[in-house]
Write a protein that binds this ligand. Structure first.
Ligand code: ATP
Ligand code: MG
Length: 442
């Protein structure tokens, strides 16, 4: 017994107590009802009945006050949660078009606390370009479609733009009435951060593109300079042999042969580089990687068959298109498949399989992998694979991969190589961003 209670009992010379437990509806003891008497003794049967009635009433009162406290606590939690996550909630009764906004949602929409929110007020806040989205979603909800989830922008009276993510849930009452209960999250900060990140990414891509193009041209210039220098020396020496009083034709012929060989090499390099440029500047259009691969493999079919190999193409249906130069992208695929084919033939493996796979790696990127059942790439060669003029082939120029890299990077993509193929050989993977119109439509 608590001290004040004890004092009270002593002060009034109470001598007997009758305690009755107060039970919750679930049978738990949530209190005790005590009846004190001045004289020792039990309450009469009639009094006991009254006491048990009173205990029942007390149980209702205690449970209600506990529920109210719990409700208040969860309301506080909810409000705090909404405030922290910058989320508000709403209820839209479809039969009367009555809308109720939580106070957080009023703050997000910047509506005054005391005005009654209407559909017109909401429409006036939505960015004019996004009104069709709002109209479409409202039609969907009115037709009873559940779980609308979408992004929409608001435009504040001072011109500020806010980005919202909306989640709705349609409740169908037994009498046929519809209500839409929803949460709206203000994702402006996240969106701005994403935009800033995207900007930095594209600036970086630009820098690396310029750099990779620069490196490529520098090494091509260097590579052409070498045969040119030797053409010059051999040509001059040849002339001297011919200018002698007794021209040495054998020596001159030998030098001329070298001149022709060097000139041929220089011409070949120029030819490859011209191919890479696709006959001029980049011609950008919306292209489907699936089509590009199909065209490139048709072009290579004969070569593949005579070498006893096979190419399988696996493309996820309905891939978004990419913005790019058809000829250049075909060149990338052709270079990769030819390399794979050469690896298969040169190594003399029995099983000659090449697999090309295209899929979406996320909603913004398409990924293409070209892999083979060849011997794979020597680990020590991996870091130099994309360097211009790096080759392990006798007749190779070492231009296929650097050209592919430069094309992919000029399309804001990236290309990598490893030996992770399930077929046992090398795997080249490139990624390209999907075109904006395609990304918007999906
Ligand atoms: N699928 C592959 N399997 C194993 N090694 C490869 C594969 N693809 C490329 N390589 C290695 O990478 C090197 C560079 O390839 P790249 O295409 O740039 O030049 P290349 O094929 O040697 O000559 P070019 O393409 O100019 O005729 C190759 O010489 C080879 O060693
Ligand atoms: Mg090659």
């Amino acid at each position: 017994m608590t001290a004040p209670c004890r004092n009270h009992v002593l002060k009034h010379s109470l001598r007997a107590v009758w305690s009755t437990p107060v039970f919750s509806r679930k049978g738990q003891v949530i209190g005790t009802l005590c009846v004190y008497q001045e004289k020792p003794g039990r309450p009469s049967f009639h009094h006991q009945e009254i006491i048990s009635h009173a205990a029942h009433l007390a149980s209702i009162a205690i449970e209600r006050s506990q529920a109210e406290a719990a409700l208040k606590r969860s309301e506080t939690f909810l409000a705090e949660g909404q405030r922290i996550s910058v989320t508000g909630s709403f209820l839209w009764k479809l039969d009367t078009d009555e809308v109720t906004f939580s106070s957080q949602l009023r703050d997000i929409f910047e509506f005054d606390a005391d005005v009654e929110v209407t559909l017109e007020m909401i429409g006036a806040r939505v960015h004019p370009d996004d009104l069709p989205i709002l109209a479409e979603k409202q039609v969907q909800v009115r037709s009873g479609e559940d779980n609308p989830e979408y992004d929409i922008r608001l435009r504040m009276p001072d011109g500020r733009i806010k980005h919202m993510r909306v989640f709705g849930r349609v409740i169908k009452h037994e009498d046929g009435r519809l209500e839409c209960l929803g949460a709206v999250q203000d994702v402006t900060r996240r969106r701005l951060a994403e935009e800033a990140h995207e900007k930095v990414r594209s600036e970086l891509a630009h820098v690396s593109r310029v750099e990779s193009l620069g490196t490529l041209t520098a090494s091509i210039a260097h590579e052409i300079n070498q045969p040119l220098a030797s053409i010059l020396t051999n040509g001059e020496t040849g002339l001297r042999w011919l200018d002698r009083p007794e021209p040495n034709l054998a020596k001159a012929r030998d030098l001329m042969r070298r001149v022709v060989g060097d000139a041929r090499r220089a011409a070949e390099i120029i030819h490859r580089v011209r191919d890479m440029a696709g006959g001029g500047s980049m011609k950008q259009s919306e292209v489907s990687l699936a089509d590009i691969i199909a065209e490139a493999t048709v072009f290579l079919n004969g070569e593949v068959r005579t070498r006893g190999a096979s190419v399988s193409v696996d493309v996820t249906p309905d891939l978004p298109s990419v913005l790019g130069d058809r000829t250049q992208l075909q060149q990338v695929i052709v270079n990769l498949i030819i390399n794979a084919l050469q690896a298969l033939t040169d190594s003399g493996v029995d099983r000659k399989v090449i697999a090309v796979q295209v899929r979406e790696s996320d909603s913004r990127t398409v990924l293409c992998a070209v892999e083979d059942s060849g011997p794979g790439i020597d680990e020590t060669h991996l870091p130099r694979l994309f360097d211009s003029f790096f080759t392990t082939k006798e007749a190779g120029m070492g231009l296929g991969l650097p050209i592919a890299k430069s094309i992919i990077e000029s399309h804001n993509g990236r290309i990598t190589a490893d030996n992770s193929s399930d077929l046992g050989g090398a795997k080249f993977t490139f990624e390209l961003p999907v075109s904006m119109t395609s990304a918007g439509a999906s």
